[in-house]
Design a protein around this ligand. Structure first.
Ligand code: PMP
Length: 401
C-alpha cells in the first residue's frame, strides 16, 4: 500500500484546466479561448522574428557559456527592464533608487515581491481587485500575506466600479498593499482612465497605501509600450515607493522561457541597496538563481536600437490583430441580431473579453459548439481568427437566445 494512499485528487487549475479539457475533445471544430496565449490568423503559436534573430546571435556567440547567473539575474536585463517600464528618462532610475531582480516571469516576480513584503513590510494585508487573475490570491497567500479584495468591476455597466473602488481603498488600513493591474486588466479588460488613475494615486498616497503593479501586458494592450506603462509612471513620478512585477510572456511571446523582473522603487539609493540584499535572501533558498537563456534573448533585443524597433513593430501587429478580432466578433453578433448590447467587446482592453456569459451558457457552448473558455465567460481574443469568428458568434447567439 502506498504511503501516499491518502492523497486526494486535486481539482484542475481553473484556467490551465480548460486546455486539458480541450485537448481531450476529438471534434475538428474545437476552439480554445481559455488560456491567454497569442495565436496567429492560422491559429498557430508565434515566435517573433526578432526573438529568432536574437537566439541566432546568442547561439553563434562562442563567448557565451552556461555558467550560473548571480542570484539577482542578468545585470543588463535588469537595467533594461527597469528602463522599459519606468521610462528612459525616469528620475528614480537616474537616482539609483530602483532595486530590480530577474524572476521567473510575472508569477515568480509577484511571488518574490510578496515574500519580501511578508518579511519586511509592516502591513501584511494586500488588496486585490474583484475579480482578478485567479492565481493572485494563491500567490500572495502562500507568500505569507493576508488577501482582501476591493471592488473593481460593475457587471451592470460592464465597466469600472470606480466609486466602489475608491470606497474600498478609502476604508483599507493605513499602509495596506494594493495590487493594481498596470494595463489590460485580466479578466475584465476594463482599465481606469488616466483621470481615474490620478484619483486612485492621490487617494493611495494620502493613505500611505503601497502600490504593487502587475505588468503582464505592456505594449500588448494598446500596441504602445509607453502608453501601457502610463499608470506605473504616474505613481513613480510622484517620488513615492512602489513594486512592479513585469512579464515578457505576452509582449515578447516568451511564455515558456519564464522571463520577468521585480522592481522595487525606493525613496533613496541606500534603501534600494538594502532591499536588494534582502531580495537575494528570498530568492536563494527558493530557486537559487534564475535561468539565463530567456533573459539573454530579452537583453539582446532591448539593447540594440534596430532590434528594439523591430520588436515594437511585431508587438503592435499582435495588438492590432487582437483589436481587429474585437471588431469582427462585434460585427458578427450585430449581423446575427443577437439580443443585448455587445459594445463592451469593442471597449474592453487587452487580450481578453469578459463577455458577460454565465457558467451555464459557457457549459452549453462547450458541449454544443466545442468552444472552450473559463467559466466566468472570459474569452481570449488572441485565440480567435477571421475563420473562427463566425463559429463563436453562432455559439454565443445560440447560448443567449
Ligand atoms: N498577471 C496577470 C494579470 C496575468 O494575466 C498573467 C498571465 N496570465 C501573469 C500575471 C503571469 O504570467 P507569467 O507568469 O506567465 O508571466
Amino acid at each position: 500500500n502506498s504511503v501516499f494512499a491518502n492523497v486526494i485528487q486535486a481539482p484542475e487549475d481553473p484556467i490551465l484546466g480548460v486546455t486539458v479539457a480541450y485537448n481531450k475533445d476529438p471534434s475538428p471544430d474545437k476552439l480554445n479561448l481559455g488560456v491567454g496565449a497569442y495565436r496567429t490568423e492560422e491559429g498557430k503559436p508565434l515566435v517573433l522574428n526578432v526573438v529568432r534573430k536574437s537566439e541566432q546571435l546568442l547561439v553563434n556567440d562562442p563567448s557565451r557559456v552556461k555558467e550560473y547567473l548571480p542570484i539577482t539575474g542578468l545585470a543588463d536585463f535588469n537595467k533594461l527592464s527597469a528602463k522599459l517600464i519606468f521610462g528612459a528618462d525616469s528620475v528614480a532610475i537616474q537616482e539609483n533608487r530602483v532595486a530590480t531582480v530577474q524572476c521567473l516571469s510575472g508569477t515568480g516576480s509577484l511571488r518574490v515581491g510578496g515574500e519580501f513584503l511578508a518579511r519586511h513590510y509592516h502591513e501584511r494585508t494586500i488588496y486585490i481587485p474583484q475579480p482578478t487573475w485567479g492565481n493572485h490570491p494563491k500567490v500572495f497567500t502562500l507568500a505569507g500575506l493576508s488577501v482582501k479584495t476591493y471592488r473593481y468591476y460593475n457587471p451592470n455597466t460592464r465597466g469600472l466600479d470606480f466609486e466602489g473602488l475608491l470606497e474600498d481603498l478609502g476604508n483599507a488600513p493605513i499602509g495596506a498593499i494594493v495590487l493594481l493591474h498596470a494595463c489590460a486588466h485580466n479578466p475584465t479588460g476594463v482599465d481606469p482612465t488616466s483621470d481615474q488613475w490620478e484619483h486612485i494615486r492621490l487617494l493611495m498616497r494620502s493613505k500611505g497605501l503601497l502600490p504593487f503593479f502587475d505588468s503582464a501586458y505592456q505594449g500588448f494592450a494598446s500596441g504602445s509600450l509607453d502608453a501601457d506603462a502610463l499608470s506605473v509612471r504616474m505613481f513613480v513620478a510622484d517620488g513615492g515607493e512602489c513594486l512592479t512585477a513585469q512579464s515578457y510572456a505576452k509582449n515578447m511571446g516568451l511564455y515558456g522561457e519564464r522571463v520577468g523582473a521585480l522592481s522595487i522603487v525606493c525613496k533613496t539609493a541606500e534603501v534600494a541597496t538594502r532591499v536588494e540584499s534582502q531580495l537575494k535572501l528570498v530568492i536563494r533558498p527558493m530557486y537559487s538563481n534564475p535561468p539565463i537563456h530567456g533573459a539573454s534573448i530579452v537583453a539582446t533585443v532591448l539593447k540594440d536600437r534596430d532590434m528594439y524597433d523591430e520588436w515594437t513593430v511585431e508587438l503592435k501587429a499582435m495588438a492590432d490583430r487582437i483589436i481587429s478580432m474585437r471588431k469582427q466578433l462585434f460585427d458578427a453578433l450585430q449581423a446575427r441580431g443577437t439580443p443585448g448590447d455587445w459594445s463592451h467587446i469593442l471597449k474592453q482592453i487587452g487580450m481578453f473579453t469578459f463577455t458577460g456569459l454565465n457558467a451555464d451558457q459557457v457549459a452549453y457552448m462547450r458541449k454544443e459548439y466545442h468552444i472552450y473558455m473559463t467559466s466566468d465567460g472570459r474569452i481570449s481574443m488572441a485565440g480567435l481568427s477571421s475563420r473562427t469568428v463566425p463559429h463563436l458568434a453562432d455559439a454565443i447567439h445560440a447560448a443567449i437566445s
